[in-house]
Design a binder for this molecule. Structure first.
Ligand SMILES: Nc1ncnc2c1ncn2[C@@H]1O[C@H](COP(=O)(O)OP(=O)(O)O)[C@@H](O)[C@H]1O
Ligand SMILES: [Mg+2]
Length: 183
């Protein structure tokens, strides 16, 4: 009996944490993105999920700003697959929207799209799954809020130890977001 309970609760459910934030304005998304960037560990892999127009590129631009990269440098890599931004530590900005199969990624060297010496921020990461086994990415999902053009909901999920500083920094903002929600 006991054994089966353990089997049903793999370790990852215990060390992962989930945090939801209300992004009620574009300015909130930008502020949260900058705070997220400033709190990310040096080798983070961030999986940015959400429909077209949900704000993935907008958020990543702000994350990069939080890392000291000029926002004008950050443009969508939809056609290039990977943009590399130099900085204190380089940032790889990846967009797999145009990818049709995970196998297409075999044509690239891993270090050409997963930064070996810094951060990797990936839009449309679904097909990258097989390449991320053994990694501990932070998942960030953006969702639209029906009937509110400027509102988004953000859900973060990741290892609570590796991304502890991120959760701490954004937890603080959660209070702010909720406090301004009624206005
Ligand atoms: N709260 C918000 N957060 C993020 N983007 C927002 C928000 N409100 C409006 N927007 C707009 O939504 C669009 C998001 O586009 P983009 O970041 O390119 O999305 P994606 O990369 O997910 O396709 C931008 O035009 C942005 O100005
Ligand atoms: Mg985009």
């Amino acid at each position: 009996m006991r054994m089966s309970v353990r089997v049903n609760r793999p370790d990852k459910t215990i060390k992962h944490r989930r945090l939801k934030l209300a992004l009620n304005t574009l300015a909130t998304t930008r502020a949260v993105g900058r705070a997220l960037g400033a709190a990310l560990p040096e080798r983070a892999i961030v999986l940015c999920k959400g429909q077209l127009g949900s704000g993935k590129t907008t958020l990543i631009k702000a994350v990069c700003q939080g890392l000291g990269i000029a926002p004008r440098m950050v443009i969508s890599p939809t056609y290039t697959l990977v943009n590399v931004y130099p900085g204190r530590r380089s940032v790889y900005h990846v967009d797999l929207f145009r990818l049709e199969t995970p196998e297409a990624l075999l044509e690239l060297d891993r270090e050409d799209w997963i930064n070996p010496a810094g951060m990797t921020l990936i839009e449309w990461p679904e097909l990258a799954g097989p390449f991320l086994v053994g990694e501990s990415p932070l998942e960030v999902r953006l969702d639209f809020v029906p009937a509110h053009a400027e509102r988004r909901r953000m859900t973060l999920r990741g290892d609570r130890r590796i991304y502890g500083a991120v959760f701490a920094a954004l937890e603080e903002r959660k209070g702010n977001a909720e406090a301004t929600q009624g206005r």
